[in-house]
Write a protein that binds this ligand. Structure first.
Ligand code: GRF
Length: 208
């Protein structure tokens, strides 16, 4: 069994491609002292991602690192790793980062990269998870905070929240209901890491 983090203030890097509502929720949890952490760095693969403006407003260092500027994924991720090392981060938090994490990053930050997915994994991994849930006809969906491994949304599960799927739900309506839970559970999972309470036993996450 391995302990993921020792107790102490987390130094977080957020990787995001878009809106950044989870980024905002984490910032708020820090402000309200529900989470013992600091977001020291925001990185986006998308130049115009709103999350970059949000970082700027909050005076958090941010970088746009464009994959197309690098010969391959390994080189692109090496650039990200360089930044992460510079800022001495403890955890990489994916918040709507729309790329698969490659070998380089996984190796450099093994079990130190976490993601939130808008479904109850292992159901409905990948894109359009809310639409997948509606199309399948499940009565409940939700969100999952998990460690990132080399699969698609397949890493060890840290926490989940359940949300009902209503008969008349559109993907947007369901996404909105799930997002409310995402914003809570991501900060809660991070706080468990800040308290050093998260252990990994095979693919089972043990909360002590
Ligand atoms: C969230 O639904 C999250 O579960 C998924 O991407 C979305 C990101 O939203 N991974 P935001 O950028 O945090 O608002």
């Amino acid at each position: 069994m391995i302990r993921i983090t020792k107790p102490g203030r987390l130094r977080l890097a957020v990787l995001a491609s878009g809106r950044g509502s989870n980024f905002e929720a984490i910032c708020q949890a820090i402000e309200e002292e529900r989470l013992n952490a600091e977001i020291v760095l925001v990185i986006s693969d998308k130049k115009n991602a709103p999350v970059l403006n949000k970082a700027q407003t909050r005076k958090i260092d941010f970088f746009h690192i464009a994959p197309e500027d690098y010969p391959d994924k390994a080189a692109y991720e090496q650039e990200i790793i360089k930044r992460l090392k510079e800022y001495d981060i403890t955890l990489v938090v994916l918040a709507g980062y729309m790329r698969l994490i490659g070998k380089e990053l996984l190796k450099a930050y093994q079990w130190k990269i976490i993601n939130i997915h808008p479904a109850l994994l292992p159901s409905f991994p990948g894109l359009n998870a809310q639409q997948q849930a509606i199309d399948y006809g499940v009565k409940f969906s939700g969100c999952t905070v998990h460690f990132v491994d080399d699969g698609v949304d397949s890493g060890p599960i840290i926490m989940q929240r359940v949300v009902p799927v209503l008969p008349e739900d559109s993907a947007e309506a369901l996404a909105e209901r799930i997002l409310i839970e995402e914003h809570q559970v991501y900060a809660e999972a991070l706080q468990l890491l800040a308290k050093g309470q998260i252990y990994l036993d095979g693919r089972r996450v043990i909360i002590k």
